[in-house]
Design a protein around this ligand. Structure first.
Ligand code: NAP
Length: 262
C-alpha cells in the first residue's frame, strides 16, 4: 500500500516513517511537514538511501501523489481539516492525532460513509491501552465510582488525553450515571478535582520523562481496583498503526477506536 505521513518530523510521525519503511507491504511515497527545510527525505542522514518527496501543502501532496492511505500525527488544530481533505480526495486517513470533538468525529464518519472510504481515528494505537479501556469498561458496570489519571510527557498539547476521553465515553455506556464525591464538595483551589465527565473525574499529569500512561482507579465499599497501562516507548503504538493502514482497505466507513477492530 502506498502511504504518506503527515507531521513526519514529530515524535510519532518519525516513528511511523521508520515503520512504513520497515514493513515490506507498505511503501512510503510522500511526507509532509508545515515548514520543511528538505525537498526529499534523503536529505536527512538516517534516510539517505530513500527517495521520498517532502511536501509543505496537503492539497498539493494529494493532487500529485497516488496514495492508498495517509497517516496523520500532527496537532489537534490541523488534524481535523487534514482528515477532511484526505477523505475529499478519496484516500483513507489513519489518524492518531488527538483532540477531535464528538461533532467532528460524526461529521468525518458521515463523509467517509457517503464516499465509501475506509478510515480509522484512534486516540491510542497501543494494543495494551485498548485492552485497558476494555477492562475499564467491564469494571465500570460494577464499580460506578471511578477516577482516571492520565500521565503524559510535558510537550503534549491537549488535556485531557484522547485516550482518557475515550475511556470515559466507553465507561459511560455501561456505568450508572453518578456524581462522585460529597454532595457539598467544594474546591478551595480551582481544578483540584479534575475534569468532570458525567460525574467521573479525569486528572491530567504532565511531566518530562513520561511517554503515555493511564490509570483507571475504581473504589467501592472496602475494596479498590486499579487498571493501568504504560507506553514506555513510541514503538508501542506502531503495530496498531501498521494494522490500521492495512485494515482501511477492508473498510467502507470510518471507525473510531482500535477496540472496534481487534
Ligand atoms: P509532535 O512531536 O509535536 O509532532 C507533531 C508534528 O506535527 C510536529 O513535527 C509539528 O511540527 C507538525 N505540525 C504542526 N503543525 C503542522 C501542520 N499544520 N501540518 C503538518 N505538520 C504539522 O507531537 P507527537 O507527540 O508526535 O504527537 C502528535 C499527535 O499524536 C498528538 O495529537 C498526540 O496527542 C497524538 N498521539 C497519539 C497517539 C495514538 O496512539 N493515537 C500516541 C501518541 C501521540 P513543529 O514541531 O515544527 O510545529
Amino acid at each position: 500500500m502506498k502511504v504518506a505521513v503527515l507531521g513526519f518530523k514529530g515524535r510519532m510521525g518519525h516513528e511511523v516513517v521508520k515503520t512504513v519503511i520497515r514493513e515490506a507491504d507498505l511503501e512510503l511515497v510522500a511526507v509532509l511537514d508545515h515548514q520543511p527545510k528538505e525537498k526529499n527525505i534523503r536529505e536527512i542522514a538516517e534516510f539517505a538511501d530513500m527517495d521520498v518527496p517532502v511536501f509543505d501543502d496537503l492539497e498539493t501532496l494529494l493532487t500529485k501523489v497516488e496514495l492508498d492511505a495517509v497517516v496523520d500525527f500532527t496537532t489537534p488544530k490541523v488534524g481535523y481539516s487534514n482528515t477532511k481533505l484526505v477523505l475529499a480526495h478519496g484516500v483513507s486517513p489513519v489518524v492518531g492525532t488527538t483532540g477531535f470533538t464528538p461533532e467532528q468525529i460524526t461529521e468525518l464518519t458521515e463523509l467517509a460513509t457517503s464516499k465509501k472510504i475506509g478510515a480509522i481515528i484512534a486516540p491510542n494505537f497501543a494494543v495494551g491501552a485498548v485492552l485497558m479501556m476494555q477492562f475499564a469498561q467491564k469494571a465500570a458496570k460494577y464499580f460506578p465510582d471511578v477516577e482516571i489519571i492520565e500521565l503524559h510527557h510535558d510537550n503534549k498539547l491537549d488535556a485531557p488525553s484522547g485516550t482518557a476521553v475515550k475511556t470515559a465515553e466507553m465507561m459511560a455506556e455501561v456505568r450508572t450515571e453518578k456524581q462522585q464525591g460529597a454532595v457539598n464538595e467544594e474546591e478551595t483551589m480551582k481544578g483540584a478535582r479534575g475534569a468532570d465527565f458525567e460525574g467521573m473525574r479525569i486528572h491530567s499529569v504532565r511531566l518530562p520523562g513520561l511517554v503515555a500512561h493511564q490509570q483507571v482507579q475504581f473504589g467501592a465499599e472496602g475494596q479498590g481496583l486499579t487498571i493501568r497501562h504504560d507506553s514506555y516507548d513510541r514503538i508501542s503504538f506502531m503495530s496498531g498503526v501498521a494494522f490500521s493502514i492495512r485494515k482501511t482497505a477492508e473498510l467502507d466507513t470510518l471507525v473510531y477506536g482500535l477496540e472496534n477492530l481487534i
